[in-house]
Design a protein around this ligand. Structure first.
Ligand code: S3P
Length: 204
């Protein structure tokens, strides 16, 4: 057997190491609207061969209504209560990649649950990128304001102090999504697996 075949047979891939180290936890993507949580999350899940769930989609299914309809018919507080319940349920589902809505962390109970059951990854994006991306769609009720740019600035200022407690931060910018996914995998591996490796090396 050649060296390369031998090492391929004995060394688990970076992705397999991440999944093994994750155990029952979930990888939870957090950050502003338009940061790319769903797009990156879906690709990250595929790379790790884990299920992908999108909290916004699950909320819409649970309510049998679109998010704009929930906001219009019941208001933001009702939406946030439903969002907290749905995320709590999804976090019980075992290893997965979960994309959360941009305001999910504004609830203390959701922050606590994510900390307990997940490893959080903040996809951090600049206001101009967010604005450019969200302009393509009109389905964000919080941005239906006379000045969406000012609204985004306000939401970033309010939320960044919360996002910055995430376990990992990845800069979401205008590069191919696969690059962001690679950076997530690198950061997850360093966080979840390098400690183990140091332990093994120390024991040798
Ligand atoms: C919201 C973000 C949206 C959605 C809802 C509220 C927010 O999700 O949950 O419109 O408060 O930032 P995305 O971040 O996936 O767009």
């Amino acid at each position: 057997m050649t060296d390369s075949i031998a090492s391929a047979a004995t060394c688990p891939s970076r992705e397999a190491e991440i999944v093994a180290a994750l155990g029952q936890r979930q990888i939870v993507l957090v950050g502003m609207m338009g940061a790319g949580k769903s797009t990156v999350g879906r690709r990250l899940a595929a790379r790790l061969r884990l299920p992908f769930t999108d909290a916004d989609t699950a909320i819409e299914e649970a309510a049998s209504m679109s998010i704009p309809e929930i906001f219009e018919n019941h208001g933001e507080d009702y939406f946030r209560a439903g969002e907290a319940k749905v995320i709590a349920r999804l976090l019980e589902g075992g290893p997965a990649v979960l994309a959360t809505g941009g305001g999910a962390l504004t609830r203390e109970e959701t922050r606590r649950r994510i900390q307990e059951k997940g490893i959080s990854v903040w996809l951090k994006a600049d206001a101009d990128i967010i604005l450019r991306r969200v302009r393509r769609r009109a389905d964000r009720p919080l941005l239906q304001t006379p000045d969406p740019a000012a609204t985004i600035d306000r939401l970033i200022a309010e939320r960044e102090p919360v996002y910055q407690h995430a376990d990992l931060t990845i800069w979401s910018r205008d590069v191919p999504h696969e690059k962001i996914v690679e950076e997530c995998l690198d950061a997850l591996h360093a966080r979840l697996c390098d400690g183990d490796r140091a332990g093994v090396a120390g024991a040798a």
